[in-house]
Every structure is written in C-alpha cells, then in structure tokens.
Design a protein around this ligand. Structure first.
Ligand SMILES: [Zn+2]
Length: 411
C-alpha cells in the first residue's frame, strides 16, 4: 500500500507529533559521544552512553593535516592529539579517499597504527580504521572491535532478552533521518528502563539481509525474566503506542512488528551479540545521501547500570575475544600489565615489518623493544690494550697458549 503526498505530509506532521523533536538532541547525544570516543564511561549511574558510530567529517581542519605533520617533528606540549582525532580524519568522503590512495602512506584505511607498551617494554599495535559500515578494508576488524566493545557490558546479562522492532514500510521514508533514529532509540531505552529493566543496549540495522531497500529495525538486548504471552503482549502494545501514534497506525492500517526472543546459553547469547553488532549498511550505493547523513551517528547505545561482575564466560573459539577485552581495559594481553598508548600514529608498513602477531580486531603483539647492553661495548684499538693482553699475540702464539692450558693437570 502506498500513500499519497498529502498522506506523507500528514504522517510527517504526526511523526513530529510523536514528540520526536521535543527531546533536545544536543543534550541527548553530546555526553555519550565524548564517552564513546574516550572509551571511558563518565555518564551518571543508570544514564546513557553510546559506542562510537561512524565518525564525523565536518571538521574545520584540512583533511591533509595528518600528512602535513612529520612524524618526528616534536610537538608543542599543549597540542593534544587523541586517536579519535585521527579517526575523524579518516572519515572523509569517498572522493577524498581515492585521492589519498595515491599518497605513499597516511590516509588509506588501516595505513596508520598506534603503538602501546607496558612497563616491561612489551609492545602492541592498533591499526587505525575509517569505521564506515561499507568499508571493505576494515569491515571484519570493526565488527570484532564492536563485539569486544559491547561484551564488556553484555557479559553482565544472563539470561538475555532480545527484542527487534521493525517499522512499517509506509513510515520508513521519514526515518531516513539519523535524528529521528536517535530519538526513537532513546524512547525505547527510556520506556524499558521505566518498566524495570536495569541494563539495555540498542543498535539499529539499516538494511535487511540482502540490502538495497532501506529497512530500519531496532535491536534491543536487555536483562529481565522470560515474559509470559500476556506480559509480552502488554509490552508490545506499550512500545507501539510510544513509537507510532495510533492515528498513523490506523491510517496506514499497519503497526510496528515486534519480535521477542530469550537467550539462555553462552552460545546463543554470543551468536545474538555477533548478529546485533554486524554491519547492515554494507554497500554505500544502496543509499548514498543516507550514508552521508549517518556520519557521526552513534548507533550502539547503552542505558542503565553496568556495575555487576560478569555472569557468563566466552567459550570455544570466542575465547579469543578475551585478549581484546584486556586491551580495552588498558592491559597487555600477555604480560597482564597496564599499557600506555602513544598518541602519534606511525605507518602500518613499519609495524608490519616487525612480524606482528595478530590477536584480532586490528590489534597486534609486537616484539619487545631491544634494550641496549648494560655495559657499553668499547671497540678498542689493539694498540690501546696492555702488553699482557692475549689479544695482542699473533694467532699462532694464542693457539699455543690455549694448547698449553689444556695440557695443564687439573685438580
Ligand atoms: Zn575502513
């Protein structure tokens, strides 16, 4: 069923009437953004935080700033460069990316690397990526990073409820706005928090399994007991009323599709986490204007209290994420000692030459820095040696001395 222009206008008015716009977005998203970039949660207890989304591009500095600085040039102490700063620079338009591909090094996705080391000079590296969902270069790396990022929190939920909210086709065109998506996500998190859920994670998938058609659906992972059919019907009704005005649902004769699943085993929970964190916008040509609008959009968002110890463990091949979880906590995965990241990126090619050990997610173990010998070796000239030094004798005499020593009786 399609609706005419007048109908669309009517819907748009009503979507505004959804009070989509009555939440100041600036206040809603600014704090989580800082949290996401630094990787440190500073939100108020029970508040919201979000994971890094597709980086912003609207920076005032020129996109070539990374290249105009020589790596060795000492910086003014006041100049603060964070990894996110460089990630931001990576998020340039595709045309800029093509331009940068022609450069010897610097701005290709994954061409730069940050180095960290612990107190014992054990080193590791982290490749910098562009984080675009449709990037072929960092797709696998970013998916693993997203999994590690959410595992920190989601290991605290067991069993796990999984809700998927899909909007009817008729209102999807009005949801091609990241601000609308952000507000809808926030409404769901607030509603569920009010219903008593303590831990919530939401993340949008923009396209379905086979892409091409915009198909936004909100994935929700949360704690809570299994819902009996009546309880579930009640919850679905509440979500529908909150997200889609009844007048619109009546006009189009459709409503939100809400699926609910309950995950109990480690394997099921991990499978769901991998699915929810996957990239769904894997081809920019599906909707380039939307892709541009999504720059800076923080997709994965947490709400609630996340101060409990882990309730479940990774099993089988998923144990490999434990190394990434340690790195996220600022710990060297082998030595277990705190690491410090150097904020100056270096070309990945230099790191690759050191035979790094890949631990997944674009993180690598590097050989420790070779420390200089404790007493410096002095290369003496033979004339400086005392006359008694054997090294002054010709080789034939030195061999004779060695033979005589061997012949000496030992006691
Ligand atoms: Zn990339």
């Amino acid at each position: 069923m399609s609706i005419g222009r007048a109908g669309a206008d009517y819907l748009k008015c009503n979507l505004s009437g959804l009070s989509l716009l009555d939440h100041p977005l600036s206040r809603a998203e600014r704090t989580p953004e800082v949290v996401a970039v630094s990787g440190v949660y500073r939100g108020r207890p029970g508040g919201e935080e979000s994971s890094p989304g597709i980086p912003r591009t609207n920076l005032s500095s020129p996109p070539t700033a990374v290249l105009t600085e020589t790596i060795d040039t000492p910086k003014k102490p006041t100049q603060k460069i964070t990894p996110a700063y460089y990630l931001d620079y990576e998020a340039t338009s595709p045309s800029t990316l093509i331009f940068n591909r022609q450069k010897p090094y610097g701005k290709m996705c994954g061409s730069l690397c940050l180095i960290a080391q612990d107190g014992d000079e054990n080193q590791m590296g982290k490749r910098l990526t562009c984080r675009r969902e449709w990037c072929n270069d960092c797709g696998v790396i970013e998916h693993r990073r997203r999994i590690a990022r959410v595992l920190d929190h989601l290991l605290q939920i067991c069993p796990m409820s999984y809700i998927v909210i899909t909007f009817p086709l008729e209102v999807r065109s009005m949801m091609r706005d990241p601000k609308v998506l952000a507000v809808l996500g926030k409404k769901v998190r607030r509603l569920l928090r009010k219903r008593g859920y303590r831990k919530l994670f939401t993340r949008w998938h923009f396209f379905g399994e086979h892409g091409e058609k915009y198909h936004p659906h909100l994935n929700v992972l949360c704690d809570g007991e299994w819902l009996a059919p009546e309880q579930l019907a009640d919850l679905k009704d509440l979500i529908r009323r909150k997200l889609l005005p009844r007048s619109i649902a009546k006009t189009i004769g459709k409503d939100l599709d809400i699926r609910y699943a309950y995950r109990r085993t480690n394997k099921e929970m991990m499978h769901t986490i991998k699915y929810v964190t996957k990239a769904s916008f894997t081809d920019i040509t599906w909707d380039e204007p939307l892709a541009n609008a999504l720059y800076g959009f923080h997709n994965g968002c947490f709400a609630g209290f996340w101060d409990d110890p882990p309730k479940w463990k990774l099993t089988g091949t998923d144990k490999k994420f434990n190394a990434l979880l340690k790195v996220r906590k600022g710990i060297h995965p082998v030595s277990g000692k705190p690491i410090k990241w150097n904020k100056e990126p270096i070309p990945w090619a230099l790191v690759e030459a050191q035979n790094p050990v890949d631990i997944g997610g674009g993180y690598y173990l590097l050989p420790p820095i070779r420390s200089p010998p404790s007493s410096p070796v002095r290369l003496n000239s033979i004339s400086e040696l005392p006359d008694s030094d054997e090294r002054k004798h010709p080789n034939a005499i030195r061999r004779g001395i060695a033979r005589a020593r061997l012949a000496e009786p030992s006691d």
